[in-house]
Design a protein around this ligand. Structure first.
Ligand code: SME
Length: 156
């Protein structure tokens, strides 16, 4: 399928409706999880041009291992409860961080990053990974983004 550029509306409800449509388009008929997450990270990166890292960390025993992503090379493993990602996993709760320098234990992958959002991925009552997005802009991710992304990742 060739990629068709879409213009995301600014209004959050319409933005997330379009994001879910785009994810559906690229996930439809594809069962392979690497393919699904690779295209999902690309769709999300297109939707969030101010994000400098967009991707997935996947539960692998007692740590998270980096999965498909868009951005600079990143730490490959994050322990349970470590960093923003490991905290989202341990607390079973999305983390919205307005300024990463103020988050104790934040794991820096790109010194240009200011804000971050991490959303757990759930299946059958268990977390199997997290979506992680970083931005160069302070306070870039909002509670509306947390809600929109929590809904969107259910498609994965
Ligand atoms: N900042 C994350 C680590 C992963 S990078 O952002 C890609 C954390 O503290 O868990």
């Amino acid at each position: 399928m060739s990629y068709v550029e879409v213009e995301y509306p600014r209004e959050k409800g319409a933005f997330y409706a379009m994001l879910r449509r785009q994810l559906d388009l690229y996930l439809a008929g594809e069962a392979n999880m690497t393919a699904r997450l690779a295209n999902a990270s690309a769709v999300l990166a297109q939707a969030f041009p101010d994000a400098n890292w967009v991707g997935f960390y996947l539960v692998d025993g007692d740590s998270l291992t980096v999965g498909p992503f868009q951005g600079k090379p990143a730490v490959s493993r994050i322990g349970y409860g470590k960093g923003v990602c490991g905290t989202a996993w341990r607390e079973e709760k999305a983390q919205v961080v307005a300024e990463v320098a103020c988050f104790a234990g934040h794991i820096a992958c790109d010194c240009n990053t200011h804000s971050e959002i991490v959303v757990p991925l759930w299946r059958d009552g268990a977390i199997w990974g997290v979506l992680d997005m970083d931005s160069v802009l302070p306070g870039h991710f909002t509670e509306a983004d947390r809600e929109g992304l929590e809904e969107a990742v259910k498609l994965l």
